[in-house]
Design a binder for this molecule. Structure first.
Ligand code: ADP
Ligand code: SF4
Length: 693
């Protein structure tokens, strides 16, 4: 199908200062949990974006000086000339298909605890370091010499960026993370000298740095300013002040890159923020400046992108998560392959990779950050090996991804699903409040397989072990998922708690099957700590129940700190009237009440209720696997039999799709014994003796 001509505008080149972007697809800076630790993994990840047709591709946050670093988060460093080669390789990869290569330079000021460099943090105005983790450290207020030093450190970074081969430099202000924004915002700038007070004064440092940038790079590099669209609070840099600033300095950068005030707000999950959520804050800014404007909004629909440009809101479509979920999004739009777009589901599992200092993964794009480590490609598959056919039992995220990847490799795929619906857990979870976008996990894969002649899907087909042996596939994967436990066993209670059979006890599976109580007082016990407890609390409130949310943790849904949702979830639960019991857990369940224990003191209280919901842990549905393994499956001609996904070890949906991919990738691969399953880089040793006296 040719491209819809309405989308042509997305492919018109546009100038950014001295450079020209080939199209309007602009991959804004985004973290990946790999950073300086995994340079080649990051390089190959960016290279897939170049191949996928992005017009502009940026690095993540690149720290310019050791007096400001955000350990434990793993970003990029440009502290010395010896940091240049890794970034030069990055720039070269970004430019490999005609994209402009951008580097985002950051000096974190009040946001950098310097846990690694041990330097005294420097800030526009000193005070406690403002991080997610409340580090017990304060920053010193910069004096005039510090400001001169900082300008020099920026100039060093500009020179190094140019040497590394970048086309654009992004000065990071947005999200409250960058010192340029700290100067602008009255919340973080209490200075009384020429760098504080009026907007003109607060913008002085930014103007000086941009001037330095142009001078150092001889005007050859384009300048992007990444700024916050709105900072909340009485002193924050509000949307109105941003507009004043842009009206005053419309020609300062070559492009304005505008993002909502905090990272939580900017990268909201689909549960809380729709596509294009920042439009109200950005509309009209385009008229204040002759320079192009880029903004984000988890855009995956080309129609929505065109609307942003045609209506004069944006010139470039900024994307971080949509570019992670589908690095080939631009090329697919260009070629009119709309049905092949793998849409971001807005789950922020990618963000959690950065937050946990793991390596990021993506629920939708199982190859993300595995391009170099494992040689996985977002869209291309390695050809199949010696065997021909595979059977996958269970069409949840694991089974669907396993089937799709095996089919792409060229195997004859049979996918058997017990129910009439494909999608497994996402088929159920997509119906829960706020989670409809999660259905894309199933829709994308079923859509892709619908046109593949080598895939046969059997619904309504609960297989037995004997069925599996009779089907004659070369390789079998059992992806039968997991079931929520009814006995409260998880992290706190490692054994079932005493429960009176007269109390109605529900699991998330019950509620998703439509068995939720209505008009009752319900105690929801959450020892899972991710999204499910709070989502079900919303569902129960919507059904007219009075809900008590009980958790042994010190905050609700505490793991959602890693998906940037925790504060929003807490606010939502309070707003809808859920009563929250922190640091508490049921010790016994009676016929009409729970006995709650304080997790610190053991002090007990009674909580009368009519029903209990346990959101605790899941039991793998591995019975079929064990039954098949007990039979003589090799005799039946089966070469391999694996238990994968939630049926092996329950986890988030991203873990399930990854498991499906890993199984399909492993088909007909030589046994590597104890060799590491992925490539990695280790620190190169410096020559030289000890410095000890
Ligand atoms: P995962 O996240 O690992 O994909 P899910 O629970 O989402 O796990 O999906 C498992 C799927 O397996 C469900 O759709 C379930 O109906 C299906 N299933 C379970 N047992 C069988 C069986 N014996 N035969 C076919 N399908 C099964
Ligand atoms: Fe989107 Fe989730 Fe993938 Fe992140 S992990 S890019 S939010 S689908």
């Amino acid at each position: 199908m040719p491209r819809d001509s309405r989308h042509d505008i997305l492919f018109t080149p546009l100038q950014i200062g001295p450079k020209t972007a080939k199209n309007r697809f602009y991959q804004v800076p985004h973290c990946n949990g790999g950073g300086y630790r995994d340079p080649s993994a990051v390089v190959e990840m960016r290279r897939t974006k170049a191949e996928g047709g992005w017009g502009v591709i940026f690095t993540e946050q690149t720290e310019i000086h050791p007096t400001s670093e955000i350990t434990p988060f793993i970003e990029q460093h440009l502290w010395e000339d010896k940091d240049i080669p890794a970034l030069a390789r990055m720039a070269e990869a970004m430019k490999s298909h005609g994209a402009l290569a951008g580097i985002q330079l950051a000096y974190s000021g009040i946001n950098g605890p310097n846990l690694y460099s041990r330097e005294v943090p420097l800030a526009v105005t000193g005070g406690p370091i403002l991080t997610f983790t409340s580090d017990p450290v304060q920053a010193r207020t910069m004096d005039k010499q510090d400001i001169r030093d900082l300008r020099r450190w920026f100039r060093n970074a500009f020179r190094r960026s140019q040497q590394a081969g970048f086309d654009l430099i992004c000065l990071y202000g947005a999200h409250g993370f960058g010192i340029l924004q700290h100067f602008l915002s009255r919340a973080t700038n209490h200075r009384t000298d020429e760098y504080g007070g009026s907007l003109e004064n607060r913008g002085r440092f930014l103007r000086e740095v941009v001037e330095d940038l142009r001078e150092t790079t001889r005007g050859e590099l384009a300048v992007s300013l990444r700024m916050s669209l709105h900072e909340a609070g009485a002193y924050g840099f509000s949307n109105a002040e941003l507009r004043d600033f842009i009206a005053m300095h419309g020609e300062l950068p070559d492009i304005w890159d505008l993002a909502h005030g905090t990272w939580e707000n900017c990268s909201g999950t689909s549960r809380f923020k729709p596509e294009g959520a920042q439009e109200d804050l950005i509309r009209g800014i385009r008229e204040l400046t002759p320079k192009p404007v880029v903004g984000v909004g988890r855009f995956t629909s080309p129609d929505a992108m065109v609307r942003q440009i045609r209506s004069g809101v944006l010139d470039f479509i900024g994307a971080a998560r949509p570019s992670i979920a589908d690095p080939f999004l631009p090329l697919k739009v260009e070629e009119g392959r709309y049905e092949d777009i793998r849409e971001c589901i807005g789950c922020n599992i990618c963000v959690s990779g950065d937050m946990t200092q793991g390596i990021s993964r993506c629920t939708q794009n199982t190859a993300f950050m595995e391009e170099w480590r494992k040689g996985w490609h977002p869209d291309r598959a390695r050809p199949r090996g010696a065997s021909e056919s595979v059977l996958i039992v269970g069409a949840g995220p694991t089974g669907l991804e396993a089937a799709l990847q095996a089919a792409k490799r060229g195997y004859k795929v049979t996918l058997a699903e017990a129910t009439t619906t494909l999608g497994g857990r996402v088929a159920k979870e997509r119906a829960l409040p706020g989670l409809s976008a999660w259905g894309r996990v199933a829709d994308f894969r079923t859509g892709q397989m619908a046109v593949m002649p080598n895939v046969e899907i059997y619904r309504d087909s609960p297989l037995t072990a004997e069925d599996i042996l009779a089907m004659g596939a070369d390789h079998v994967a059992i992806a039968t998922g997991a079931s929520w436990r009814r006995d409260a066993v998880a992290r706190l209670h490692l054994h079932p708690i005493p429960t009176d059979p007269a109390m109605a006890v529900y699991t998330p599976d019950d509620l998703m099957a439509g068995l939720a109580p209505s008009g009752q007082t319900v105690a929801l016990y959450d020892d899972d700590h991710f999204y499910m407890g709070s989502v079900l609390a919303e569902l129960l409130v919507a059904k007219g129940n009075r809900v008590h949310f009980i958790t042994p943790a010190v905050k609700v849904a505490e793991w959602t700190d890693n998906t940037l949702e925790q504060g929003t979830i807490m606010r939502r639960l309070l707003e809808i009237g859920v009563e929250i019991h922190l640091s508490k857990a049921p010790e016994a369940i009676g016929a009409t009440e729970l006995t709650l224990g304080c997790t610190w003191t053991g002090r007990q209280t009674a909580l009368p209720c009519e029903a209990v919901v346990h959101v605790t842990s899941r039991s793998p549905n591995d019975g079929l696997f064990h039954a098949a393994r007990a039979l003589d499956w090799r005799e039946a001609g089966i070469r391999s039999l694996h238990l994968i996904g939630d049926a092996a070890a329950p986890g988030p949906i991203a873990w399930a799709t990854y498991a499906g991919r890993a199984w399909a990738e492993g088909l007909d691969q030589p046994d590597r014994g104890d060799a590491l399953a992925f490539r990695r880089e280790i620190t190169a040793l410096e020559p030289g003796a000890s410095l000890l006296p």
